[in-house]
Write a protein that binds this ligand. Structure first.
Ligand code: 7TS
Length: 411
């Protein structure tokens, strides 16, 4: 992989992704579904394979050379995450299975501790189910209420509503950094400042943000920031909860078991400090190490160059798709990243998705685990193309041709 200083060498990058040379239905695969799950470069795959073949044992257990070595690799990956998101201490980085588990952890610990009957949980109108359902479960358990920050028809949050929506009963605000349906990049720093001015902590769902823009949790002043490895050129089964140390120290553990304790007697158990307290049982070691390599990979490419490349693709795809009669793009925020959702008059999104698939074009069709957004825009589903640093303008052209062909078929 050679890297130009200003732009990405996409042809070289593509050689790192074996799946991109697959043929689907007789056509070269056009992978426009990185918002569902990113592809992993061979560097990640090879590192995980090496770990599995030559280095595997358990971590934080015993004095064997192998266990110490595995622990070092595993903890080095945690340190890479810390640096990648600008956290102050690796103790603030908790491994989880992904974004979903990270949010459930916060809801079931911080949430249970702080939310009482009559309290309010404030979420945005463009959350993924992962940042809705855990809070609804908590609200139900506690007798609390969910309130919603509305959005405009362009898919931008109405920030003027914050003053009224944040009350003395608000215990937490949850907001997505980049919408997985609309592509909106929310001004989370501003939202956090608003919330903090009223003493309300904020959880940011960064699942669709970390692959596309540089994130600094200290600059944002986020209380919690969560994301998944598999959308960041890493493997499934691993994700991250960043939490301010003061919160983590005050929070009770969630899962109990081995590795999270200081001492256990029949009478009483004492717990490790964070992050150990939140990491019961054997973790996905190879996946953590793989995520560390994925972070090395995207860092070497440079998030500024990745963002510039993807913005160009998004602008080009938007211009070409918007010119198609009967096609409506959902999400026209001024600041967008990587995601393009659309509906076409008279064609169900699932049919569109299947027809595109027949052309080798991989997109997602459905409600994208964000049904309240579908309701807000009055559609049952959308077709969504999402771009990564390895995509090209030629692939956008193939997408557009395939959409036009589908429309012809339905005439
Ligand atoms: N939050 C956002 C903003 C997401 O986009 C997703 C996954 C999640 C949370 C959940 O992540 P997980 O790794 O815990 O499953 N989004 C999508 C999507 O857009 N299509 O498939 C999964």
């Amino acid at each position: 992989m050679s890297i130009d200083l200003k732009t990405l060498d996409v042809a070289a990058i593509r050689r790192d992704f074996p799946l991109l040379s697959r043929i689907l239905h007789g056509k070269p695969v056009v992978y426009l579904d990185s918002a569902v799950s990113g592809q992993m470069p061979v560097q990640v795959i090879d590192r995980m394979t090496k770990y599995q073949r030559d280095e595997h044992t358990n971590v934080h257990r015993g004095v064997s050379t192998l266990s110490q070595e595995a622990t070092d690799f595993y903890e080095a990956a945690r340190e890479k995450v810390r640096k990648f998101i600008g956290a102050g201490s690796s103790r603030e980085i908790i491994w989880t299975r992904g974004t979903t588990e990270a949010i459930n952890l916060v809801a079931q610990t911080f949430g249970r501790m702080n939310v009482k009957a009559g309290d309010e949980i404030l979420l945005s109108a463009m959350e993924h189910h992962a940042n809705i359902v855990p809070w609804q479960m908590l609200a139900q358990e506690k007798g609390a209420t969910i309130k919603v920050i509305p959005m405009t028809d362009d898919g931008e949050l109405v920030l003027d509503s914050l003053d009224e929506l944040i009350t003395e009963r608000t215990r937490i605000l949850g907001v997505v950094h980049v919408s997985n349906v609309l592509g909106t990049v929310n001004p989370v720093k501003e939202i956090i400042a608003h919330a903090h001015a009223k003493g309300v902590p904020v959880l940011v769902d960064g699942a669709q943000a970390v692959p596309h823009l540089a994130v600094d949790v200290q600059d944002l002043d986020a209380d919690f920031y969560v994301f998944s490895g598999h959308k960041l050129s890493g493997p499934t089964g691993i994700g991250v909860l960043y939490g301010k140390l003061a919160h983590l120290e005050a929070m009770p553990p969630w899962h109990g078991g081995g590795s999270m304790i200081r001492s256990v007697t029949w009478e009483k158990t004492t717990y490790l400090p964070a992050p150990g307290k939140f990491e019961a049982g054997t973790p996905p070691i190879a996946a953590a190490i793989g995520l560390g390599v994925a972070i090395d990979y995207v860092t070497a490419l440079g998030l500024d160059r990745i963002a510039a490349h993807e913005h160009e693709l998004l602008a080009y795809a938007t211009e070409r798709l918007a010119a198609i009669p009967g096609l409506r793009i959902l999400g026209n925020a001024k600041d967008k990243a990587s995601v393009l959702s659309f509906v076409v008059e008279g064609i169900h999104a699932h049919d569109m998705g299947s027809l595109l698939d027949g052309e080798g074009v991989v997109v997602r069709a459905g409600h994208h685990c964000a049904q309240p957004i579908m309701t807000r825009f009055g559609v049952p589903a959308t077709t969504r193309a999402s771009f990564a640093y390895f995509n090209t303008r030629e692939e956008v052209d193939i997408l557009v041709s395939a959409v036009l062909k589908a429309i012809e078929l339905f005439k």
